[in-house]
Design a protein. Structure first.
Ligand SMILES: [Zn+2]
Length: 219
């Protein structure tokens, strides 16, 4: 029986890094909605053409199509352990996932790992983050600053701030996407007894140790 794991958390909580580590350690199959949609479009199928119609007009892909994509993915990977990160992003998407898992019969939703970190701490991580546009090095002006003011240690380029990392952009995303849509997903899975809270203020290694232990159980 394949197991399904879900990672949820606010932007900047470090779950992408943990998803990568879990894939490496356990060979989990990763569901990436954007990638699945692109793959379907590239296949030239009827479904792919329908999806392209929405995407090319800049429209959201409707829920029934999302359900079809998720169902197909689970069917193809039902004997594997699957990791969802960045999906479900809303209560209605969570219900799509639940129905797809139930419909498959050979899969079990094992755990929803909820990355918990205070908003103020996230803001500090994000607002002080600077990137080198030349070599991609990442700094934090508070916790890991470059030796010289806003210049890259490796190549000397002037560091930049991503527009997503600006305080007002971050807060807008946090409130509309996370508080508005993801928090209800967490509440839904908490009622089902599936949520494991992860203290995401800790180091990458400490967080991974907790996840590793949970995923290794009942393997
Ligand atoms: Zn650089």
């Amino acid at each position: 029986m394949g197991r399904v794991f879900v990672l949820v958390g606010p932007p900047g909580s470090g779950k992408g890094t943990q998803a990568e580590l879990l894939r490496e350690r356990f060979g989990l199959v990763h569901f990436d909605m954007g990638g699945e949609l692109r793959r379907e479009m590239a296949s030239g199928s009827e479904l792919g053409e329908t999806i392209a119609g929405y995407v090319n007009q800049g429209k959201l892909v409707p829920l029934p199509i999302i359900a079809e994509i998720v169902g197909k993915f689970l069917r193809e990977n039902k004997r594997a352990d699957i990791l969802f990160d960045g999906f479900p992003r809303s209560l209605e998407q969570a219900e799509v996932l639940d129905r797809a898992i139930e419909g498959e019969g050979e899969l079990e939703l094992r755990a929803v790992f909820n990355f918990v970190i205070p908003k103020e701490m996230l803001l500090e991580r994000v607002v002080y983050r600077r990137l080198c546009p030349e070599c991609g090095a990442v700094y934090n002006l508070r916790t890991s600053p470059p030796r010289e003011d806003e210049l890259c240690d490796r190549c000397g380029a002037k560091l930049i701030q991503r527009s997503d990392d600006r305080e007002e952009v971050f807060l807008e995303r946090y409130e509309t996407q996370y508080e508005g849509y993801v928090v209800p997903v967490i509440q839904h899975y908490r009622k089902m007894g599936k949520v494991i809270d992860i203290d995401a203020t800790r180091s990458v290694g400490e967080i991974f140790a907790q996840l590793e232990e949970s995923v290794a159980q009942g393997q």
